[in-house]
Write a protein that binds this ligand. Structure first.
Ligand code: PLP
Length: 490
């Protein structure tokens, strides 16, 4: 006899509960409603994540204790969980939350847009919203960075950036230089210039990509001199995934000069470091030079919409797509310049200036770095380096793989290969569990904690974060590791 499983029973009940069908009508599957989604328990969410999204990823969430949290609301600098706990957000969605969570002006602009029943898809007709957003981006961009391609993600913006540069450089100059430890996205094209072994997996990559050490102008010059097929160089102005790494101050001015000399186009990836995060609209503005093409995404959507943009110098764009014959080669995709996303980005750019967020990133970001450096002086055997600009800050711990007490080493290694000897995972997990603070990590350098709080972050938030970190580090490494290990077995 067949025994019915719980799933079978719930299917039968769902069928019995369903309204009577009009003969021939398509039956509705047992779908979850919006209200039921909001009310979902952590256990059910875990089941669905495991069953339909990414079972392997849950492993890391469990290690860090992130799997116990259901975010009910988010406002300004905070997430609020199912128990009403306020979590201070120093992670900021890897730079996607410049305006904080649910900025009132952004919510109001979106609400009004909906109430007015404005249109979304802008394929048949021109869009006043996409046009205004492109205008605003050109106004925020220095030099001749005037032509804008709108998309939905950083990867899409970077694909557009690489393609416009490749076409402008021409088929005889189609090789691309990229940097060690780069991250430009996971879509198939930019994967070839993303330097992460993990992300590359065993995919077949696009050929003609030449890797150089990040920030090494001599290596760039050698590459340009030795290979006349190189027509494009793609570089993050500040490496995010690499662990918040800046090039030497003279690198970008020298790069600009080298590109001009060799006729190479410079693509600056500003997806993470752009939009005011480092204390200038674009991070390359710290160096007084302008690239040929750049890309933004993340916070451009105001924390509420998915918006990415490629911005190119007009002559570069016109060379690539400037005629009726070439215009549609890389014209906007279905959701490029979509209405509500565009007006969200328009409002976001206005807020950036109206609220002085770029200047706040510079000054409060400097305060964060100053306070972290004081902690480094207090815990020199734990903190190896503090670096960054504005609100793009890296905190690097010394590697503990060799200095942990011998007894703890195998236990830690057993827990997970990735966290072995790296204090950042332990510190991140305990900051969340005991101090209600969320920070970010990086795949490429397991000893680094990435701090990219919203640009609305105030000195008192910095003080709160620093006190939490100070209290935690004050417990000492052994206590931190022991506490973390215990949290994994209880
Ligand atoms: C520098 C950089 N470029 C590109 C991307 C890809 O952006 P997305 O995840 O929106 O596709 C990222 C994402 O982290 C990034 O940091």
């Amino acid at each position: 006899m067949n025994v019915m499983t719980k799933t079978d029973i719930s299917r039968v009940i769902a069928v019995l509960d369903a309204p009577a069908l009009v003969p021939g009508a398509t039956p509705k599957p047992s779908l979850i409603s919006v209200e039921d989604a909001k009310a979902m328990t952590v256990a059910r969410m875990t089941d669905l994540f495991k069953g339909h999204i990414n079972p392997g990823q849950l492993h890391f969430m469990k290690l860090l204790g992130f799997n116990r949290i259901k975010v009910e609301r988010a406002e300004g600098m905070h997430y609020i969980d199912q128990n009403g706990r306020k979590i201070l957000d120093f992670f900021g969605g890897f730079g996607s939350l410049a305006f904080g969570h649910n900025h009132p002006r952004i919510l109001a602009a979106r609400r009004k847009f909906q109430e007015e029943k404005r249109h979304e898809i802008a394929i048949a007709f021109m869009s006043q919203y996409a046009s205004a957003l492109a205008h605003n981006l050109a106004k925020c961009s220095p030099g001749a960075l005037d032509m804008v391609f709108l998309g939905s993600t950083g990867s899409e913006a970077m694909e557009a950036a690489v393609k416009v540069a490749e076409r402008a450089a021409g088929p005889k100059r189609s090789k691309i230089v990229y940097a060690e430890n780069s991250f430009h996205g996971k879509t198939k094209g930019v994967l070839s210039i993303t330097d992460g072994k993990l992300y590359r997996g065993e995919f077949r990559l696009v050929d003609g990509a030449v890797r150089v050490p990040f920030g090494d102008i001599d290596a760039v010059e050698n590459a340009f001199k030795s290979d006349p097929e190189i027509g494009v160089i793609v570089i993050e102005t500040v490496q995010g995934g690499g662990g918040i790494v800046s090039a030497p101050d003279d690198f970008f001015p020298k790069l600009r000069a080298l590109c001009d000399k060799h006729g190479v186009l410079w693509v600056a990836d500003e997806v993470q470091c752009g939009l005011g995060r480092t204390g200038k609209f674009y991070a390359f503005e710290h160096y007084g030079v302008v690239p040929d093409v750049t890309a933004l995404a993340k916070s451009l959507g105001g924390g509420k919409a998915a918006v990415g943009a490629m911005i190119a110098k007009r002559d570069v764009y016109m060379k690539a797509y400037g005629t009726p014959k070439t215009a549609m080669i890389h014209a906007q995709a279905t959701f490029g310049g979509i209405g509500e996303a565009s007006i969200t980005a328009i409002e976001a750019l206005n807020i950036l200036y109206d609220e002085g967020l770029i200047d706040n990133a510079a000054t409060t970001g400097a305060y964060l770095i100053e306070r972290l450096k004081a902690l480094q002086a207090k815990y020199p055997s734990i903190i190896k380096d503090v670096r960054g600009k504005g609100f793009m800050v890296g905190l690097e711990f010394h590697d503990f793989s060799q200095t942990l007490p011998a007894l703890l080493r195998p236990v830690v290694a057993m827990l997970d290969d990735k966290l072995k000897g790296s204090l950042s995972g332990f510190v991140g997990a305990l900051l969340l569990r005991d101090h209600n603070v969320l920070v970010a990590f990086t795949e490429y350098n397991r000893n680094v904690i990435r701090l990219e709080p919203p640009l609305i972050c105030q000195p008192e938030h910095v003080d709160e974060f620093i006190s939490a970190l100070d209290l935690l580090l004050g417990r000492g490494i052994v206590a931190i590791v022991k506490d973390f290990v215990k949290s994994q077995v209880t």
